[in-house]
Design a protein around this ligand. Structure first.
Ligand code: GAR
Length: 212
């Protein structure tokens, strides 16, 4: 069983998609061990508790230095003996110590087709605002492994979503979630859990046909 920890900051709809996938059997060989948020008010924590999953708040605000926060997060992740860490709308920069320890064991969901609309400052609704400003006709979502850069790691799955004329950022965000994020994130987890993913020289090789 793949032992998974999900890191969240907000509503947790992507977390919910993973919980649902485990419950309905579309994600196999996976145990959701812990959900960690930097924000004690994140609704994602309520979702975890409702399903009997450990829900923890580890916030930089509760530590004197960033290093102390980094160490606390590191220690909890180590203690839970995780095989995979999923960043599902986690808005805190992951310390290098954790990235190095969990090389090719951390994935992130990003609400655009990387390399468009990604990198520093591109998160949440801002991504969709920028996509609409630029006037793209297609956007989407990406699941990628996390390396030391911002949204620069090997791409695992992507799914395109049409932009409709007159879309507001919120409407576009919702469509990208429904049509792409909630599909490819659970799919990525089950692919990893079933040993269907290999990373070689910065590229992801899928050992199974996928239909995103
Ligand atoms: C999602 O749209 C996710 O792609 C985005 O935050 C949202 C979290 O929603 N992540 C980023 O922008 C990361 N750069 P959720 O809490 O409902 O899953």
């Amino acid at each position: 069983m793949l032992r998974v920890g999900v890191l969240v900051s907000g509503g947790g709809t992507n977390l919910q998609a993973i919980i649902n996938g485990i419950q309905d059997g579309t994600i196999t060989n996976t145990e959701l061990v812990t959900v960690i948020s930097n924000n004690k008010n994140a609704f994602a924590l309520e979702r975890a508790k409702k399903h009997g999953i450990e829900a923890l708040c580890i916030s930089p605000k509760d530590y004197e230095t960033r290093e102390q926060f980094n160490d606390a997060l590191y220690d909890v992740l180590e203690d839970r003996a995780l095989d995979l860490i999923v960043l599902a709308g986690f808005l805190v920069v992951i310390p290098e110590k954790i990235i190095k320890r969990y090389e090719n064991q951390i994935i992130n969901i990003h609400p655009s087709l990387i390399p468009s609309f990604c990198g520093t400052g591109y998160y949440g609704l801002k991504v969709h605002e920028k996509a609409l400003e630029r006037g793209v006709k297609i956007t989407g979502a990406t699941v990628h492994f996390v390396d030391c850069g911002t949204d620069t790691g090997p791409i695992l799955l992507q799914k395109a979503v049409a932009v409709k004329q007159g879309d507001t950022p919120k409407q576009l965000q919702q469509r990208v979630m429904e049509e792409a994020e909630w599909k490819i994130l659970p799919q990525a987890v089950t692919l990893i859990a079933n040993h269907k993913v290999r990373v070689d020289k910065g590229q992801v090789l899928l050992l199974e046909e996928t239909s995103c």
